[in-house]
Design a protein around this ligand. Structure first.
Ligand SMILES: CCCCCCCC/C=C\CCCCCCCC(=O)SCCNC(=O)CCNC(=O)[C@H](O)C(C)(C)COP(=O)(O)OP(=O)(O)OC[C@H]1O[C@@H](n2cnc3c(N)ncnc32)[C@H](O)[C@@H]1OP(=O)(O)O
Ligand SMILES: Cc1cc2nc3c(=O)[nH]c(=O)nc-3n(C[C@H](O)[C@H](O)[C@H](O)COP(=O)(O)OP(=O)(O)OC[C@H]3O[C@@H](n4cnc5c(N)ncnc54)[C@H](O)[C@@H]3O)c2cc1C
Length: 669
């Protein structure tokens, strides 16, 4: 254990902050009462001997990692019920502290399987399945992706053919590429799954629908007849999860196992059409809506680690013979870390908006009003893609900003990165999601041309593009937001014009679309970026906090906006919207903001309020005793258990002896 109190540099950082980090913590977690409750729940988990005694994941092999993850998450599941914790966010706090570095092997059971039953099953199905789910008799997952298709859902090859005589569906994966491949926890943990399959009845294919399939015996846990199951092997991250494969050979399930709240097959095989399209895509929309917050949290952890460490780390004397500087004092280090920090706050705010919007919209959908589904789809797909791209890139910047120690698992950042980056792929590959956003935007642009009213968040498209920026030396939030709106509108128009021009000269709409997907993704990205910037400003302006805290928060918000302009400068100046002088104002503002944020950097990461037990990072410790912690980590490496390893005698010695014999003068003759 590291000793010696709080590192002097870190203590000084906390003293010199211009605001009280607790104020920002209260804002982030929606009030002091909720912060107290969060800390209480986290402490309960941290003090629990089952979680405390568990070995550090980095020193375990994959089977041990899986077993540890299972043990911790099942204990947490039981404790959550015993403690009567019912609020999803409170469950999340408890689980996060209980198993901070173990991905849950029952995660999809809780985040997709149960919510899908709740939203897509009939009352009778819910009565039958939900109690079994809550007692973990049924443990399920979401089996959609196949070996041959993940993105193109309509192209999935698993079939569910209705047999009206037996009143059963026959589930089948008729060829190699049809096998389910990737679903989380399908390989070993679960005994049920929700299968997405092409529904065929009366000889007609009605497209993708959902079916409940039992995969394993509920007592022996053996796979059921006709079902071959397994783990897909080690991956880039998520080591402790058994993403699985599944082959189905004419497996029969009762008619009642089709999810029939919206879509129905009657006993005689008649297909009853649903009230709205794409309703069975809603489980994906739920997770997409939650990912922006989740990825913002991943990045916030990486920022805590990198910024605390940069305050403690000293390297290179600035003037000859002088003291070595804290690396956080280098402007270049600030330029790496402060935009990353601003990004994490921006995404937490975007995630807050997104999840609230999801709750509001799905409440309307539940009442049968499907009018806002296209907006929900576009925003959830866009923010999911934009936030995962931005945050994973920033996590990697945080890692490299820690120099060599960032490469060690002792830092905690590599693990954060490998668990965060599949967010760019799962729940809809990011480019594909951006193209869905583009599809929505092109539709809005066409509506605009027809003089129709647009939803509020795209109304800026109605403004003239024939304007110049209002940016002055004092870079004002209003002018920054307008610059983002202008860039998005211009890129949307450019993509739409290019498509229209091709269609006018004889191309089919599909061909014109396919020849413009790159500019379409530029437009979609600019739209999402604008949305995040605008939302960030609005949330900071509305935040109830004291003036100093708000000023510190606003500096971050401005930095996020200013840095985005500089990173994508070409798109902001291409049509002369910003002139040379204005660009210089923005560049100067960037440097001023780095200096303004510098004294508050540590307080801004303290505000995220992650206890050391969750971070599990030698570099990100609250007390800054990083060197002792790194030494302790090295000492605990299993490779150090024996002073001399067996492999020395097995491999080094024999080769040394052979080489020695070969190099004897006699041997060379
Ligand atoms: C606070 C924190 C809490 C955290 C809690 C979390 C717990 C964590 C636990 C663990 C973490 C790890 C978990 C990992 C989990 C991973 C799980 C999976 O990966 S499950 C597989 C996902 N697979 C995809 O997402 C496929 C992507 N593909 C698609 O979605 C579709 O194929 C798509 C959208 C690309 C195309 O769909 P088309 O072919 O049916 O549609 P088109 O022809 O393009 O469009 C037709 C119309 O449908 C609309 N549309 C498409 N999707 C829609 C939707 N979802 N909603 C509404 N409309 C939609 C479109 O906008 C379009 O509308 P118009 O015709 O233009 O009006
Ligand atoms: C950790 C992890 C967990 C997962 N968990 C689950 C799960 O629980 N359940 C489940 O069902 N699935 C799961 N998946 C699968 C995941 O949802 C898919 O991998 C994802 O949807 C992407 O599909 P794909 O693999 O077919 O990619 P592909 O579509 O093959 O992507 C390959 C490339 O092709 C491009 N591309 C594809 N189509 C288009 C297009 N129309 N236009 C332009 N470019 C295109 C993509 O942009 C990408 O660059 C998981 C995956 C991972 C990595």
């Amino acid at each position: 254990m590291a000793t010696g109190g709080v590192n002097a540099d870190l203590a000084k950082e906390r003293e010199r902050a211009t605001f009280d980090s607790e104020q920002l913590t209260n804002f982030l977690y929606r009030g002091p009462e909720k912060v107290r409750r969060k800390r209480y729940l986290q402490n309960l988990a941290i003090q629990d001997p089952v979680f405390k005694k568990a070995p550090l994941w980095a020193f375990l092999n994959r089977e041990q990692q899986y077993a540890t993850a299972l043990k911790k998450h099942l204990h947490a599941y039981r404790r959550i019920q015993e403690l009567g914790i019912t609020e999803p966010v409170e469950k999340f706090y408890y689980r996060e502290a209980a198993a901070p570095h173990e991905n849950s092997p029952i995660g999809l059971h809780e985040s997709m399987f149960i919510p899908t039953i709740e939203k897509q099953a009939t009352e009778e199905q819910k009565r039958k399945w939900l109690p079994l789910c809550h007692s973990l008799k049924m443990i399920g997952t979401y089996a959609q992706t196949e070996l041959g298709h993940g993105t193109f859902i309509r192209g999935l090859e698993t079939t569910a053919t209705y047999d009206p005589v037996a009143k059963e569906f026959i589930l089948s994966t008729p060829k190699l590429t049809a096998m389910k491949y990737w679903p989380g926890n399908l390989g070993k943990t679960t005994n049920h799954c929700l299968v997405m399959a092409q529904l065929i009845t009366k000889g007609k294919n009605h497209g993708i629908h959902m079916f409940m399939l039992q995969t394993r015996d509920m007592e022996t846990h053996q796979p059921l007849p006709g079902i071959e199951l397994g783990d897909i092997g080690p991956k880039f991250g998520f080591f402790d999860n058994d993403n699985g494969y599944m082959i189905l050979k004419d497996v029969r399930i009762p008619r009642e196992n089709m999810f029939m709240r919206y879509y129905k097959v009657l006993e005689d095989g008649t297909y009853v059409t649903p009230p709205g399209d794409r309703l069975n895509y809603l489980s994906m929309v739920l997770l997409r809506s939650a990912i922006t917050s989740m990825i913002g949290q991943h990045l916030s952890q990486a920022c805590i680690i990198a910024i605390r460490y940069s305050a403690v780390r000293r390297q290179t004397e600035i003037s000859p013979g002088g003291e070595e500087a804290q690396v956080l004092d280098y402007q270049t280090q600030q330029y790496k870390l402060f935009p990353a920090l601003a990004t994490s706050y921006a995404m937490l705010m975007a995630g807050r908006f997104m999840y609230d919007f999801y709750l509001k919209t799905t409440a309307q959908i539940e009442k049968g009003d499907l009018g806002t589904m296209p907006q929900l789809h576009a925003l959830s797909a866009g923010l999911k893609a934009f936030s995962t791209w931005e945050c994973t890139a920033a996590i990697e910047v945080c890692r490299m900003s820690c120099g060599g120690h960032g490469y060690s698992h002792a830092s905690g950042i590599p693990k954060i990165y490998v668990d965060a980056t599949p967010g760019c792929t799962y729940e809809g590959e990011n480019t594909v999601m951006m193209l869905q956003v583009a599809r929505f935007l092109m539709k809005m642009y066409t509506n605009l041309q027809k003089g129709q009213e647009l939803p509020s968040f795209v109304q800026y498209m109605t403004k003239s593009l024939d304007t110049k920026s209002c940016m002055k030396e004092e870079v004002a939030p209003k002018c920054l937001v307008m610059a983002y709106e202008h860039r998005a509108s211009r890129l949307i128009k450019a993509a739409a014009d290019a498509i229209q021009a091709m269609v006018m000269s004889g191309s089919s709409p599909q061909e014109a679309w396919n020849k413009n997907t790159v500019p379409l993704t530029w437009a979609a990205l600019a739209f999402c970026h604008m949305f995040v910037v605008k939302n960030f400003f609005e949330m900071v302006e509305d935040a109830k906090m004291d003036g100093q805290t708000k000023a510190a928060f606003m500096a971050l918000c401005k930095l996020y906006a200013v840095n985005g302009v500089i990173t994508h400068l070409g798109e902001f100046i291409q049509d002369g919207y910003l002139n040379n002088q204005q660009v210089q104002y923005i560049q100067k503002s960037l440097l001023d903001l780095l200096a303004e944020i510098r004294p508050n950097a540590v307080a801004l990461v303290d505000a995220f309020d992650y206890p050391d037990a969750i971070l599990q990072s030698c570099l990100g410790r609250y007390d800054g005793q990083v060197y002792q912690a790194l030494y302790d980590f090295a000492k605990s490496s299993p490779l150090n258990e024996k002073e001399v390893l067996d492999s020395f005698f097995d491999y080094v010695k024999p080769v040394q002896q052979e080489l020695e014999a070969m190099n004897q003068p006699m041997a060379r003759l």
